[in-house]
Design a protein around this ligand. Structure first.
Ligand SMILES: [Zn+2]
Length: 167
């Protein structure tokens, strides 16, 4: 079985995840650690939450014009996999605009995973690539960043295989 959200992680970890999937205990693992979803349901609430985080850690960085849940976003390739600057044609000028799009999988996620993905996107305001400086910035904003990114990938794996985690 292929674990597309977890490519690059060590085989021992993948084996453990595979076991959780075949035993149907991946959901229990997630629920034990992340018992309930967050309440940031609207784009407006999402925007305010993001701006609060930005003001706390990255006040000097470029302003953000918009933050929205996007059900067409491919989280693996457009968010966790690579950076997500939006380039748009405005008039006849191609202009980079800081618009954050958050995959709609995060709408019903635990608060920790929403924070993780926002921290990830905010870090891209300063670092385009997933390099050392990028992850350092993520860990500065969220000290538990690496564990949360892994658990978020487990959550996305769960959604793919079993559907919604929370009733
Ligand atoms: Zn990224």
């Amino acid at each position: 079985m292929q674990l597309k959200y977890l490519s690059g992680y060590p085989k021992t970890l993948l084996d453990q995840v595979q076991t959780l999937i075949s035993n149907k205990t991946l959901g229990n693992y997630l629920l034990q650690n992340y018992p309930s979803p967050h309440q940031i349901k609207t784009n407006k609430a999402l925007y305010h939450y993001t701006i609060e985080l930005k003001n706390q850690y990255l006040r000097q960085s470029n302003p953000i014009s918009k933050v929205v849940y996007d059900d067409k976003l491919d989280v693996l390739h457009q968010a966790l996999g690579m950076h997500s600057y939006v380039s748009r044609v405005q008039g006849n000028k191609l202009k980079a605009k800081n618009e954050l799009r958050i995959g709609s999988q995060f709408k019903h996620a635990p608060p920790e995973f929403l924070t993780m993905i926002i921290v990830h996107e905010l870090a891209h305001l300063k670092e385009k690539d997933h390099n050392k400086a990028f992850y350092k910035l993520c860990s500065y904003m969220e000290p538990n960043y690496h564990q949360l990114e892994l658990d978020t990938r487990l959550y996305l794996t769960y959604l793919d295989k079993f559907g919604e985690l929370y009733e």
